[in-house]
Each structure stands twice: as structure tokens, then as C-alpha cells.
Design a protein around this ligand. Structure first.
Ligand code: GDP
Length: 302
């Protein structure tokens, strides 16, 4: 399936809502007057694009209105252009170091860390690289089982400690195991934690410190997994996590389950962190590197 089609399917809910509301305003309004612009503004806000991005799009529509007649004014095309520009046409993906690249996935419980670790391992394997998964969520027995199941299903080796083991020790051993297998990537699935729990955040810092002592520069990527269905709440999580552990990027999971997919734009705007991947479903292939232009096209399709 082509990338644009995957983006289209995954972002369908957000797209349908935007298309429905914006088309209604454009069709009903002879001239795009203040009321019509306000309705467009409301539609953008309700898709969680955030105030700054909403203003930017509405201003661009207003400007275009002033310089030309309403006939032929393509609000969707203007929105696509503004979104692509706001991301500077960014394209996501993973950093690759010489030797082993260590990627730590962090976030609160249930956002999609374990599934995303497995999807990432599957992706790099299908591109010809070797992956190992580290099960550092040792707090939940079910989490250990879940990642082992993924490993079996996708044929990815999993390094797991026992239930209750020190996550830092598991991370340390996982680096040795990944190196002895000449793996290209180690994906560390960390325990879900609330950014407000300082002891858990300290434990995450310890895990990162220990893997950094074991392998210089590790973790090379620290990716915060956010659940798109939580809308703007994800923004607070992102802010707090970024304060506690320096993040190198974001993964927005479950975009297929929301009509508020605009939150990707709002969060990027606010934090200026790259969006590396987006999750578009529960299957191993339902993870795609972020592509600003495709994202904008899928969100504001005609
Ligand atoms: P964790 O607690 O952060 O490790 O979260 P999990 O990986 O266990 O995921 C929680 C739930 O979200 C599971 O039921 C996953 O199947 C589901 N999930 C994860 N990513 C996606 C996604 O991109 N789309 C959808 N629809 N569901 C997802």
C-alpha cells in the first residue's frame, strides 16, 4: 500500500471531520466573511491543531480572500501549504550510528510503547537491519509477556529480566546481548510512568545513565510515545518528560483512533521536537516515518 494511502486511511477520522466542516462553511458562505472565518477557526481548533497553527491558517485564508475573489479559493490547499511549511517539510526516521544504535521508548502507561518498540524492530528488520528488543518494563508481568509474544511473532530476539528486576541491569545486559549478535538496533521498552512521579523518573534517568556508561552516546534516541486519542493532554506529558529526560523526538501512536489528529502539529509547534513516526493501527506494519507533506495532504484532502 502506498504511503499516502496509509496516511489517508490512518488519518481518516480527522480528515472527515475537517472536510465536512470546512466544506460546509465554504459552500454556505457566499463571501468568506468574519462568521465563516470563525467557523473555519472552530473546525481547526476542534481537530486540536492548536491556537498558533489555527491562527496561521486562518490568517493565510484571510489574506488570500483579500487578494482574490472567494470563487476558486481553496481553503484546503492553503491549510496544506501552511502545515507543510510549519514542519519545514520534515521527514521522520531513526538515527543510525556506526555499530549499535540504542533507542529508548518512554511515556506514560498505555500510550503504545511496547507495540511501538515491536513495530520499530519489525520495520528495521524488514529493511535488512538486525534488531533486539529489551524488556525494561519489569514492573508489570503482563508487559514482559506482551513483548516476548511480539518477539516470537516477529522473530526478534528479546532480552528480558525477571519480574521486579532492576530495569537498568536489564538494559545493561541487553546492550551486551545486542553487541554479541552484531545487532544494528536495540529498542528499549521502558516502564510506563507518570511524569509527576519523581522516583520513577529518577529510575528512568538511571537506566539511561547505565546504558550510556556501557555504550558511549547511548541511548542515541529517546523517543516519547504519545497517545493521539488523549489530544492536548499529551502536550502536558510531553513538556514534563522533556524536562526530566532530554528527548530526541516524538512518536504519536493511535492516530487512527481519533478525529483530533491535528494535535501532532500543536505538539510539534510547542516543543519543537521532531515527530519521528506515527502509529496508524495495531498491526506490525502500522507505523510510518512522519512525512510532513503526506500528513498535510492526508489531513486536508479535497
Ligand atoms: P504501553 O503500555 O505504552 O506499552 O502500551 P501498549 O503498547 O501495550 O499499547 C496499548 C494499546 O494500544 C494496545 O491495545 C495496542 O494494541 C494499542 N495501540 C498501540 N499503538 C496503536 C496504534 O497506532 N493504533 C491503534 N489503534 N492502537 C494502538
Amino acid at each position: 500500500m502506498g504511503l499516502l494511502r496509509k496516511f489517508n486511511l490512518g488519518l481518516q477520522r480527522t480528515k472527515e471531520k475537517l472536510l465536512h466542516e470546512i466544506n460546509r462553511v465554504v459552500t454556505d458562505s457566499q463571501t468568506l466573511d468574519e462568521n465563516a472565518l470563525e467557523e473555519i477557526e472552530n473546525a481547526l481548533i476542534s481537530a486540536d491543531l492548536g491556537i498558533p497553527m489555527t491562527r496561521r491558517i486562518v490568517d493565510a485564508v484571510k489574506k488570500a480572500c483579500e487578494s482574490r475573489r472567494h470563487d476558486g479559493l481553496d481553503v484546503m490547499a492553503i491549510a496544506r501549504g501552511e502545515i507543510t511549511a510549519a514542519f519545514n517539510g520534515a521527514i521522520g526516521g531513526l538515527k543510525k550510528c556506526d555499530g549499535l544504535t540504542v533507542v529508548s521508548l518512554v511515556g506514560v502507561n498505555g500510550t503504545g510503547k511496547t507495540t511501538t518498540s515491536a513495530k520499530l524492530a519489525h520495520r528495521v528488520q524488514s529493511e535488512g537491519s538486525r534488531a533486539v528488543l529489551a524488556a525494561c518494563d519489569t514492573f508489570r508481568a503482563a508487559a514482559l509477556e506482551q513483548i516476548k509474544e511480539w518477539g516470537d511473532r516477529l522473530d526478534v530476539p528479546v532480552v528480558a529480566g525477571s519480574y521486579g528486576a532492576d530495569p537498568a541491569a536489564v538494559g545493561h545486559d541487553a546492550i551486551s546481548a545486542a553487541q554479541s549478535r552484531s545487532a544494528d538496533y536495540l529498542f528499549i521498552d521502558t516502564a510506563g510512568r507518570l511524569h509527576t512521579k519523581s522516583n520513577l523518573m529518577q529510575e528512568l534517568e538511571k537506566l539511561h545513565r547505565v546504558v550510556g556508561n556501557k555504550l558511549e552516546g547511548a541511548p542515541h534516541e529517546v523517543l516519547l510515545v504519545l497517545d493521539a486519542t488523549t489530544g492536548m493532554n499529551a502536550l502536558n506529558q510531553a513538556r514534563e518528560f522533556h524536562k526530566a529526560v532530554p528527548l530526541t523526538g516524538l512518536i504519536i501512536a493511535k492516530l487512527d483512533g481519533t478525529s483530533k489528529g491535528g494535535m501532532v502539529v500543536a505538539i510539534h509547534n510547542e516543543l519543537e521536537l521532531p515527530v519521528k513516526f506515527i502509529g496508524l493501527g495495531e498491526q506490525p506494519d502500522d507505523l510510518e516515518p512522519f512525512d510532513a507533506q503526506k500528513f498535510a495532504e492526508a489531513l486536508f484532502a479535497d
